[in-house]
Design a protein around this ligand. Structure first.
Ligand code: CU
Ligand code: CU
Ligand code: CU
Length: 491
């Protein structure tokens, strides 16, 4: 445990002087709290963006210990937030194709946890990316992931996946970046940064705030949106000097339409896979779990906010009192460009896109996300049921069974009034068509937002690994409430 940070933090909240006065005087941490009386922790803004600590493989192997515990440093301060090795987010794990990644996960929480390597093309079995593993409080588990030599190089992430507690633990601060990188650069840029975006709500004492049943039903949205655990940091840049931003949407439920003031975002990768060619965009939409690697070429000198624009995942149309999921706009960070102009390497016209198994479609399925008043099979929070094909999650049941080598087309339908992000572990998929006509990414991805009262059609090659795993809604409150199902790929 980390008794020292916790007791230091607790000491700040003791009586006599108000917590805000003491903390603000001691750390400068609660300026927003003391000024506005919102009772919310507001870390300082405008600090230079820090990269999380990087743990990189050597000689074909990376062996790390990750300890999940409360009392994390967050935004440079002690809080009751959860962290890996005392920090939220946890360290960035950096491996190469062909490496072995060994993680000893130690649980110092008061509830079970485990680890999911989101997007990695690794086995779902045994000690690999197995979502059925349960690591009880006070125990450790040794994961061993074999990264295949042909694994795409790109941006992935890790987070807990113990059913029923995923949203709380990620909201608490448990997440980290996981990069698969070649020995040399796979793209020549001047700066290469991780921007892991998370949200949470902490009270003035740095304690996590209770989340209401309504917020869980709609998908909670934290009041504090952080980049690498920092509140609205600045990203320093020189004019002309290209930066690769590996943007990870690690929020529990927020959809992030990301835009950089007065700049295009040149997207080069989605969900850890290079696009066929750089795509110039004025905004990039990331559902929870999605990643986008974008190139920013700063022009001129000045301050340019990086924004998550207003987003709406839908509403409840009278159910639950007609709650809405609207959010934003939110300032994530500010690009600050100054100094002499720099010449950057040109971007390549084409990118090293992942080869995808082709072949005839061997099976078709329809999957349906549903939410409604309970009385259906299973029930979620306070009378709401969150199901896939009418059933809540049962880890012992095989919901889909297929065979290794199958190439399937799934139509994921969503008759509900909320958009739900569909995520499948291990086997990445190509989006073939979608009901809203939004542009297709064109390369494999692992999360796709299924529009409210709409559908997406995807092609999944089950050609890499056999074993059991899961697919689910990546609004993690919904997943915890049962909107998850199993797939068994037989040998
Ligand atoms: Cu995930
Ligand atoms: Cu959902
Ligand atoms: Cu998952």
């Amino acid at each position: 445990m980390n008794p020292a940070p916790i007791s230091r933090r607790r000491a700040l909240g003791l009586g006599g002087l108000g917590a805000a006065a003491v903390a603000a005087g001691a750390t400068g941490w609660l300026g927003g709290f003391s000024g506005t009386g919102t009772g919310r922790l507001r870390p300082p803004v405008g600090e230079p963006l820090r990269d999380p600590a990087v743990l990189a493989s050597r000689g074909g192997r990376l062996a790390v210990e990750l300890t999940a515990a409360p009392g994390a440093r967050l935004g440079g301060q002690d809080t009751a937030a959860l962290g890996y090795n005392g920090s939220a987010p946890g360290p960035t794990l950096r491996v190469r194709p062909g490496d072995e990644l060994a993680v000893r996960l130690t649980n110092q929480l008061d509830q079970p946890t485990n680890l999911h390597t989101h997007g990695l093309r690794v086995s779902p079995q045994a000690h690999s990316d197995n979502p059925f593993v349960r690591v009880d409080p006070g125990t450790s588990f040794d994961y061993l992931y074999r990264i295949p030599p042909d694994h795409p190089t790109g941006t992935f992430w890790y987070h807990p996946h113990h059913h029923g507690m995923v949203a709380d633990q990620i909201f608490g601060g448990l997440a980290g970046a996981l990069l698969v990188a070649p020995p040399g650069p796979d793209l020549s840029v001047v700066e290469d940064r991780v921007l892991l975006i998370t949200d949470t709500t902490l009270d003035g004492d740095g304690e996590l705030v209770e989340v209401s049943a309504m917020d869980r039903a709609m998908g909670r949205q934290g009041e504090l949106v952080l980049v690498n655990g920092q509140h609205q940091p600045i990203i320093p840049a020189a004019p002309g000097a290209t930066q690769r931003w590996r943007i990870i949407n690690g929020c529990v439920s927020r959809v992030l339409p990301i835009r950089l003031d007065e700049h295009d975002l040149i997207q080069v990768a989605q969900d850890g896979t290079f696009l066929t060619a750089p795509a110039t965009k004025d905004r990039v939409l990331l559902a929870p779990g999605n990643r986008a690697d974008v190139i920013v070429r700063p022009t001129g000198t000045g301050r340019y906010p990086l924004l998550a624009e207003a987003a709406d995942r839908g509403g409840m149309d009278g159910m639950m009192g007609g709650g809405t999921t609207a959010s934003g706009p939110v300032t994530l960070a500010t690009l600050v460009t100054e100094g002499l102009s720099v010449t950057s390497p040109a971007l390549p016209a084409t990118l090293p896109v992942e080869t995808v198994a082709a072949g005839p479609v061997t099976g078709r399925r329809q999957i349906t996300f549903q939410m409604g008043m309970s009385g259906m099979s299973g029930s979620g929070m306070d009378g709401m049921a969150f199901t896939i094909d009418g059933r809540t999650f049962d880890p012992a049941r095989d919901d889909q069974t297929t065979t290794l080598g199958a190439v399937e087309e799934w139509t994921v339908t969503n008759p509900s009034p909320l958009a739900h992000p569909f995520h499948l572990h291990v086997w990445s998929f190509m989006v073939l068509a979608r009901s809203d006509g939004a542009p297709l990414v064109g390369v494999p991805q692992d999360v796709v937002l299924v529009p409210a009262r709409g559908w997406v059609r995807i092609r999944i090659p089950f050609t890499t690994y056999s074993g059991r795993s899961v697919y689910h809604c990546h609004i993690l409150d919904h997943e915890d409430a049962g909107m998850m199902a199993t797939i068994n790929v037989r040998n």
